[in-house]
Design a binder for this molecule. Structure first.
Ligand code: COA
Length: 328
């Protein structure tokens, strides 16, 4: 019974809930065989809670992530850049919708998820709590934040929960386009005038350390959920593995353009691992718990949209209801 009931995220931990050991063993065997878990399948309450937490946080990140870039649509330097940015921001909101739909399959309504976001109960990615101060910030977000998202999502797309994996597969295709438009804008500034390079360097310094170094989550010594999530193939790589993968792929691309990174310790070891300065993890927790530079502003925008869009949602629901009962 517990296995298919939605449990509030702050409900007591699963260790205190008795799962049917046979069902649990069969469930874990299915995961070990690489089978996908579908919404109507039996699943432990803790699996449901964890997958829901992750998809919901991811969905919130997509719609909050549209905000820093969205503010630059009206200030994009050319028509071509503006069109690409409009398309990208629209895609990000679409990703949010796809992910909310996937999360709903676990029994929580979209309304409840949005309420938890605007009331500050749910988390979303740390990175979107920093300001986008110049056009170069848009190039850095499009290139590096989307690159980071691809590293994370390509891994998670091979996970065990069917609806999340299918959503991620589609999202990854679109993120690849985002990465290309971000890289194109990044290169244009890197090979541009001295003022453009300086603007890009300033944006790179601010986004790299610490937001981008925090983006993949804390190391194993601090991470809370990794062990369980990896056992159940919800998460397919450790936070540090993803961070290393990102650094390995993208630092050379930044350096080859003659740009620098604000970390004197950054270097590749002979065994292929990278050394870097540990970011301040207390700051990370402050930011994700509501005390970053832009948290209040981001949630205020979402709250405004929620309140001022209510009449539109209600009108659409009424129209839909009327269509469903044509003879009423
Ligand atoms: N931003 C905000 N919160 C983060 C975070 C980040 N970049 N990285 C970790 N956290 C939070 C976790 O949610 C957790 O807090 P909680 O217990 O209150 O929920 C805490 O930090 C400890 O981290 P950890 O135990 O390592 O969390 P995790 O196993 O969920 O791993 C992610 C973190 C981001 C790797 C994982 O949740 C994930 O892959 N999420 C899906 C992708 C996503 O959300 N992308 C958003 C950007 S597009």
């Amino acid at each position: 019974m517990y296995g298919n009931a939605y449990i509030e995220p702050d409900a007591k931990p699963v260790a205190t809930i008795d799962e049917d050991p046979e069902k649990l063993a069969e469930f874990e065997a299915r995961i070990a065989r690489g089978e996908k878990i579908e919404p109507d399948d039996w699943m432990p309450a803790e699996y449901r809670r964890q997958v829901l937490r992750m998809i919901e946080q991811h969905a919130h990140s997509e719609i909050i992530g549209a905000l820093p870039e969205g503010t630059w649509i009206t200030r994009a330097p050319t028509l071509r850049r503006k069109l690409a940015l409009i398309a990208k921001v629209q895609d990000e909101v679409g990703h949010g919708h796809l992910l909310y739909s996937a999360a709903e399959t676990l029994g929580k309504t979209r309304e409840a998820m949005i309420n938890d976001l605007i009331n500050g109960k749910s988390k979303y990615s740390n990175i979107f709590n920093y300001p986008a101060k110049s056009w170069a910030d848009i190039a850095v977000i499009g290139f590096l934040v989307d690159a980071g998202a691809i590293v994370n999502q390509l891994a998670n797309a091979k996970g065990s929960y069917g609806p999340y994996c299918r959503a991620l597969e589609r999202i990854c295709y679109e993120e690849s386009f985002h990465l290309k438009q971000g890289y194109d804008a990044f290169v244009a500034l890197a090979v541009g005038t001295p003022a453009q390079r300086a603007m890009l360097q300033d944006a790179l310094n601010r986004w790299w350390f610490p937001p981008m170094m925090h983006f993949f989550g804390p190391p194993d010594t601090i991470s809370v959920h990794t062990e369980k999530l990896m056992r159940w193939k919800v998460k397919m790589a450790r936070n540090e593995e993803m961070r290393q993968d990102f650094i390995e792929q993208y630092v050379p691309k930044i350096w080859e353009l003659g740009m620098t990174l604000p970390d004197p310790a950054l270097k590749r070891n002979e065994d292929g691992t990278w050394e870097y300065t540990q970011p301040d993890w207390d700051e990370f927790f402050r930011v994700i718990n509501g005390d970053g530079p832009c948290n209040k502003e981001r949630l205020a925008v979402r709250r405004y949209a929620e309140e001022n869009g209510r009449w539109v949602r209600e009108a659409m629901m009424n129209t839909a209801m009327k269509r469903m009962v044509p003879y009423a």
